[in-house]
Design a protein around this ligand. Sequence first.
Ligand SMILES: NC(=O)C1=CN([C@@H]2O[C@H](COP(=O)(O)OP(=O)(O)OC[C@H]3O[C@@H](n4cnc5c(N)ncnc54)[C@H](O)[C@@H]3O)[C@@H](O)[C@H]2O)C=CC1
Ligand SMILES: NCC(=O)COP(=O)(O)O
Length: 348
Amino acid sequence: MSQLPHLAITLGDPAGIGGEIILKALADSSITENCYITIIGNRDYLQTTYKHLQQNSNLKPQDLANPENLDIIDLPSPTSLTFGQGNVDTGADSFNYLQEAITLTLQGKFQAIVTAPIAKSLWKAAGYNYPGQTEVLATRAGVDKFGMLFVAKSPHTSWTLRTLLATTHIPLAEVPSTLNPQLMSLKLDLLIECLHQDFGIENPTIAIAGLNPHSGEAGQLGVEEKQWLQFWLEEERGKRPQTQLIGLIPPDTMWVQPGQAWYGNYDYQIQSQAADAYLALYHDQGLIPVKLMAFDRAINTTIGLPFIRTSPDHGTAFDLAGKGIANPNSMKAAIQLGVELATIRNKC
Ligand SMILES: NC(=O)C1=CN([C@@H]2O[C@H](COP(=O)(O)OP(=O)(O)OC[C@H]3O[C@@H](n4cnc5c(N)ncnc54)[C@H](O)[C@@H]3O)[C@@H](O)[C@H]2O)C=CC1
Ligand SMILES: NCC(=O)COP(=O)(O)O
């Protein structure tokens, strides 16, 4: 019998909802039965979260795992915890949790890292100048080709939405000048490799969005499609006969088919032949539809790393911290996908 995968879960910013969604997820035996889990964070913070939620919310005792029964790598912290009020110290703590998880994973202790959310602004305040956890993971892993892929399985139809972002944490104004044929080909390479390796899809169909309204309307509403994106796509079609590349799809209608596949609603003329994956050109072009459809269950996974990393799709939700009402489903889905991918890769 093969061994169960061992996952590290980082606590994220301790003032956010990370502790709560971890304790809720680990109270569910269907989440923990197929893996070993070690939390990388701070035992006192988890105990404080546990006790606070037991005493100040409507949660029942069985809704939360007791930190006393969990395997925790306990990293000391200089500060006491105020829910919803992250600061320089909680920013630094959350950065250290991630660093420790990466170090131990690179040493072979864990097969996957699941990260709870951090506040990017508090990393910056603490002197860590990374746009997000993705970039730290890539830097420490020594890779310069990586991507941010969002995966979500529909509760209505079981269809899986996969959305890769061509650009990620950059200002909107920098998107047109950051996109170029090399970057697009690199993202497509990563996506095809991931669909093959992690999802068993040999000859995928991939839909690619345009950048401008109506994909530029022949240059009238934007020039990037006409200047180079369409040529790039034709060239890729020639190079990749096994992959069906659909596009450039006007961004406003790109999400109609996935929406129908997600909800199982095919009651008008657009036949549902949803793609295996969607390539969005910038953060909000891809994430607004993902979060509309699947905010409570989408997973953010970093592709191109030598190890598995998954994460809930949401942030620290400081506005909810300490109230007991944070939804743990995206964290549960992130743990489940971490286990699935680790199991697949262990067999390879
Ligand atoms: N992977 C990560 O570490 C991510 C971190 N962030 C960080 O999180 C911080 C806050 O970002 P926001 O844009 O406000 O996004 P957010 O996802 O934290 O919150 C957006 C809205 O969704 C709600 N929400 C979030 N998670 C929820 C859950 N599990 N259950 C119920 N409601 C939930 C919040 O209450 C809020 O109303 C920022 O500093 C950002 O950098 C944001 C996204 C991902
Ligand atoms: N919106 C996605 C996001 O912020 C992911 O951030 P991270 O996983 O790189 O920390």
